[in-house]
Every structure is written in structure tokens, then in C-alpha cells.
Write a protein that binds this ligand. Structure first.
Ligand SMILES: Cc1cc2nc3c(=O)[nH]c(=O)nc-3n(C[C@H](O)[C@H](O)[C@H](O)COP(=O)(O)OP(=O)(O)OC[C@H]3O[C@@H](n4cnc5c(N)ncnc54)[C@H](O)[C@@H]3O)c2cc1C
Length: 559
């Protein structure tokens, strides 16, 4: 017992300090190595600065507050006029300010080679701070290139989508320093199958932004409704088409006229609490066509491919955050006479999680490299890898997220399950994990998309070339690669087996990437545990692996 200010209390001991004040870039060797593989000699000063900021106690406090004081919808003002405004805690805006300042939204589209790869690494680091605000940030990244389908809109909005001075004000775009954009596809009767959309688009003349329409209908999921504009799908006479839908009408004088987008309510979600996701109705809302009429699905798929990249990056970032917290905790907490991270079985669990986290990072960054190379030039192999990797990385990395989050949480024992007014970050990570697997194409849709990709260019040749540097490095990798290549080459993969194939393609690619970037201990343990003798739970690495080397790589800081 001890006395604090005259009050007798017991001493709290054997509890871990919060994981705070760590430079997340400096601590993340797998991410550094993944970037170095694809962009040797890249300038990492900005990532260093972001790593410092994202790991700081100040920004972590913003993340806690933004998730505790969740968004509030105001449909009408005091006297009954529609306002359709969502109010956020100031910490949400602090996080958005930081994300835009680091150029995580539309900025890479206005920059040179390497910009998408740098942004991908930064996106992962920011996810370790707070993933929910990255929803509008990611959508802004994904829609930016689609605006090219309407040159007038591109000229008017493009520069502000790349601008880094976040502007939270709810007002017409003309007076703002920067803008964000969202996407509206999903309706009540169908999300994966967007062809089921019933929202109608009726032609309404032409003006300086091109062909104007009136939209009538709804969207069942409409995240980040405070974005300045959205790309939405609606049925035009020619078929499903893509439309640009601003929150404010363009010619509006101050104080401006709101577009007829009625926010019905906010979703009560499992996680992702700092971000608002809404249900909306369009009551003759003004929208401008982007691209050819009847080609909406193709355009939306192009945007979806970019948000799928972010799903893989985001989950890899969340895994890294969960792993760091687990490593940090177990280095400080003792049980049965030893630090937890010195207990042989806990070492096995932590090392196994470290393998998964590193493999997820490697795969997501490989996809980012393919995006970067194909956006900044023509490269047939990279185009093939981009097409192949998008569904594979989204499927496998995101699918592994929830199991990973559960195991990392268990490393903290009961404290892992407790949120304690937002201080218990592990529970927040766990609630967030399933989201990336569901939205923008759930698991089955990704696996089926892989089958579609395989019907295109010669994917077996692209995969073979990708795996060539690791040939002969591990017997299980050679065996699995041969089986996968045979299946692809012979078109053996049937629909019910699509998930198996997506998993196997992911695993051989992850192994091949680890062979190029990781110490032998990591590569060997990954191949043994994922390809030779796969297990359903973490912590089942065979005897004889160098767990110490794996853990030292994963945790370079001292607790
Ligand atoms: C938090 C959150 C935010 C979101 N924000 C947005 C947003 O801003 N804009 C937006 O447009 N949408 C948004 N969504 C919607 C999301 O993209 C959809 O929920 C998702 O695409 C799935 O569509 P659905 O819900 O209609 O499910 P369904 O399409 O009904 O699918 C249900 C299940 O069936 C499976 N399935 C479907 N077809 C097949 C098939 N042929 N074979 C085998 N299995 C199949 C799917 O994989 C899924 O598991 C959001 C969702 C969430 C959870």
C-alpha cells in the first residue's frame, strides 16, 4: 500500500506502458525493406516525419477522442430547413488535417514516378494511428483519376483533390483550399451486384461541367457524407452510368444551395467509429456524367481496384499496429516468473504473427509497386501483376486480418478485450479488422475476380516470371508454385475452388517476396508454416526455427 496525496491506494505493477512515442517508420523494418526492394534509394525523409507524428502521444489522443466522440447527424436546422450536416469532434479534423498534409488522398496523381509507392508506405503508417478517417482519404485517392472522364470537372476539381491544406468547412468547393470525394454504389437490393442499382438518372441539359442529370433514388451505404462530392452509379437510358454528385450546387452564391442529397441516418457500425457512414436519398439531385453513358461499371471497377489496394495496405498496417502492441506488452508483462515474451510458447505465437504481418506488408507493397509502375509508364508484366494482385492481395491479406487481430489481442490477456474509454487500442483494432474484407468486394467477389483475371492475358507466364528469382529456394515453395501454375495454365480452377486458388497464389507470392527481402529465418519459417505444414492457428511453428531472429526483426525498439 502507498499513499498518494494522503489517499491510501495499492501500487499498480506488472502492467505494460502504452505503445506510444515510437517512430513507426523507424520501427518497421519489413516496410522499409519492402519499399527499398521496389524503390531502391527512395527518399524516406517524409516517411520518417510521418512515422514520428503517427506514433506520438498527441496524435494517439486524437485517435482515441475521434473514436469516442462519434459523428452526429443534423438533418434539419432549428426552424426546419434541411441541413444534412454531420458534425465531427475536432480530433477527427486534426487527423484529417494530418492525412491530407501527408498527401494520402489525390496527391500522388499530380506527382512523378514513385509517388504511389511512397503514398502506400505512408498510408500504412497512418493506418497504425487511425484507420477510420482513411475512408474518405482512400476514396479521394481512388476517384481522382476517374475524373479524367470529364475534362471540365477534372480542371475544376482535380487540383483541389491533390491540395494538402485540409478544409473542414461545409460550403461550396469554390471557396475551399482542398476537397475530398466519396463513392456511392451500394443500394439496398444489391452491393456486389451493382447492376441491380435502381437509382434513375434523367437528362437535364448541358452546362460548363458537361451533361447534367437529375438523380432520383437512394444509396444504402454512403460513407463520409461530408465529402465535397461523390462519384455514384445510376441508371441512365443507355444503362448504368457514372455521375459526379457535388454536395453544393456549382453556381451557388454565398451562402450557396445544397444539392438534394438527403442524409437519412448514420450507420451504427461494429467498428470504424470515427468515420460516418450514412444512408442517403437523392431527390432530383443534380449530377454530371463522367465518361461514356452505359459504361459505369467499368469506371467503378477502376476506382474499386484502387480502394482494394488500400484495403490490403490498411489491413497490413493494422496487423503491424496490433503486432507492435503485442510485442510491446509481452516485453513488459511477467507471468510464472518470466517476461511473457521469454516464455517459449508465447515466443512461438509472437513470431508467427510477425511472419504474417511481414508477408502482408510485402504483398500489399508489391501491389502498390505495380500500380506505381503502370501509372507512370507502360509495362506489360506490371499490368498483369496489377490485375492479378488486386483481388489476391485484397482477398488474402484482409481475410487474415480478423484472425490476426484476435490472436494479437489474446497476447494482452483480458486487458486486450477492454476498451477503457478508448484507451484499449487492441479492441478497436479488432472491431475494425473485418471491414476491409467486406467493403469494396467481399471475399467471394475477390476470389471470383481472380478467376476473371486469369481469363485475360497470360497470367501463368506473369506469375512464373515473378516467382523465378525464388526458384529452388525452398522445396515447399517450388511444389506449391508448380501446382498453382499448372492449375492456372490448364484453366483447372473451378468456381467453388476460387478461394483456394486465391490463397495459394497469395502464399507463393508472399514467400517469393520474403525470399528477396527478409532474413533466412523469416523466409524459412514462412514457407514451412504456410506451404509445407499449414496450421489453423497462430503459434504452431515447428521446432528448430530461429524465433529469436524473427522477433528481433519485428521489434527493434527496447521496451
Ligand atoms: C462500413 C462500411 C462502409 C461502406 N461504405 C460504402 C460506400 O461509401 N459506398 C458504397 O457504395 N458502398 C459502401 N459499403 C458497402 C460495401 O461495399 C458492400 O457492403 C459490399 O460491397 C457488399 O455488398 P452487399 O452488402 O450488398 O452484400 P451482397 O452483395 O449481398 O453480398 C453478401 C455476400 O454474398 C457474397 N456474394 C455475392 N455474390 C456472390 C457470388 N456470385 N458468389 C458467391 N458469393 C457471392 C459476397 O461475397 C458477400 O459475402 C460500405 C460497407 C461498410 C460495411
Amino acid at each position: 500500500m502507498r499513499t498518494v496525496s494522503g489517499v491510501v491506494t495499492h501500487e499498480v505493477f506488472n502492467q505494460a506502458a502504452p505503445f506510444s512515442g515510437v517512430n513507426l517508420w523507424q520501427a518497421n523494418r519489413p516496410l522499409q525493406d519492402a519499399l527499398a526492394l521496389h524503390a531502391p534509394g527512395a527518399d524516406t525523409a517524409a516517411l520518417h516525419a510521418l512515422g514520428e507524428e503517427a506514433g506520438s502521444a498527441e496524435m494517439q489522443a486524437h485517435a482515441r477522442l475521434a473514436n469516442t466522440h462519434t459523428p452526429v447527424l443534423h438533418t434539419h436546422d432549428r426552424v426546419g430547413r434541411r441541413v444534412d450536416e454531420v458534425e465531427f469532434h475536432p480530433s477527427y479534423h486534426a487527423l484529417m488535417t494530418s492525412a491530407l498534409r501527408h498527401g494520402l488522398h489525390g496527391t500522388p496523381w499530380a506527382a512523378g514516378p514513385g509517388s504511389h509507392l511512397q503514398r502506400a508506405a505512408a498510408f500504412m503508417l497512418f493506418t497504425e494511428l487511425e484507420p477510420s478517417v482513411l475512408c474518405p482519404v482512400s476514396m479521394s485517392y481512388a476517384v481522382a483519376p476517374a475524373l479524367r472522364g470529364n475534362s471540365a470537372l477534372q480542371a475544376a476539381w482535380g487540383p483541389k483533390l491533390a491540395a494538402t491544406a485540409y478544409d473542414a468547412r461545409f460550403m461550396p468547393m469554390q471557396g475551399k483550399t482542398a476537397v475530398t470525394m466519396g463513392m456511392g454504389m451500394t443500394e439496398k437490393q444489391g452491393g456486389s451486384d451493382v447492376r441491380a442499382n435502381t437509382t434513375r438518372a434523367e437528362a437535364d441539359g448541358q452546362d460548363e461541367w458537361g451533361h447534367r442529370y437529375r438523380l432520383t433514388g437512394h444509396k444504402w451505404f454512403f460513407s463520409a457524407p461530408m465529402c465535397d462530392a461523390f462519384l455514384v452509379l445510376a441508371q441512365a437510358p443507355e444503362g448504368l452510368s457514372c455521375f459526379f454528385l457535388p454536395r453544393w450546387l456549382p453556381s451557388s452564391d454565398n451562402p450557396g444551395t445544397l444539392n438534394a442529397i438527403h442524409v437519412q441516418r448514420l450507420k451504427h457500425k461494429l467498428g470504424n467509429h470515427a468515420n460516418a457512414s450514412s444512408e442517403v436519398e437523392f431527390h432530383g439531385a443534380a449530377a454530371w456524367r463522367v465518361g461514356e453513358p452505359g459504361r459505369g461499371v467499368t469506371q467503378i471497377l477502376a476506382m474499386g481496384a484502387l480502394t482494394r489496394l488500400d484495403c490490403a495496405l490498411g489491413t497490413a498496417g493494422l496487423m503491424r499496429q496490433a503486432l507492435s502492441i503485442a510485442l510491446y506488452h509481452t516485453a513488459q508483462r511477467s507471468a510464472f516468473g518470466k517476461r511473457l515474451n521469454e516464455q517459449p510458447l508465447m515466443k512461438n505465437v509472437l513470431a508467427d504473427l510477425a511472419l504474417e504481418s511481414e508477408a502482408a506488408t510485402a504483398l500489399a507493397m508489391r501491389l502498390a509497386a505495380a500500380v506505381d509502375r503502370t501509372e507512370h509508364g507502360r509495362d506489360e508484366h506490371e499490368s498483369g501483376m496489377r490485375r492479378l494482385l488486386t483481388p489476391v492481395a485484397k482477398f488474402w491479406v484482409c481475410k487474415r486480418g480478423s484472425a490476426f487481430g484476435q490472436e494479437a489481442m489474446e497476447c494482452l490477456g483480458g486487458n486486450g478485450y477492454v476498451e477503457a474509454a478508448g484507451e484499449g487500442v487492441m479492441a478497436r483494432i479488432y472491431r475494425e479488422m473485418p471491414l476491409n474484407s467486406i467493403w469494396e468486394g467481399a471475399g467471394n467477389i475477390m476470389a471470383l475476380d481472380l478467376l476473371r483475371a486469369l481469363r485475360g492475358a497470360d497470367m501463368a507466364a506473369a506469375l512464373q516470371r515473378e516467382l523465378a528469382p525464388s526458384k529452388g529456394a525452398h522445396a515447399a515453395l517450388d511444389r506449391t508454385a508448380a501446382r498453382v501454375l499448372h492449375q492456372i495454365d490448364h484453366g483447372d480452377a473451378l468456381e467453388p475452388q476460387a478461394r483456394r486458388l486465391a490463397r495459394d497464389v497469395a502464399l507463393v507470392l508472399q514467400a517469393a517476396l520474403l525470399h528477396r527481402t527478409s532474413p533466412t529465418a523469416v523466409f524459412a519459417a514462412f514457407c514451412d508454416s504456410r506451404l509445407d505444414e499449414p496450421s489453423d492457428v497462430f503459434g504452431t511453428l515447428r521446432a528448430g526455427h530461429d524465433l529469436r531472429a524473427i522477433l528481433q526483426r519485428a521489434m527493434p525498439w527496447s521496451a
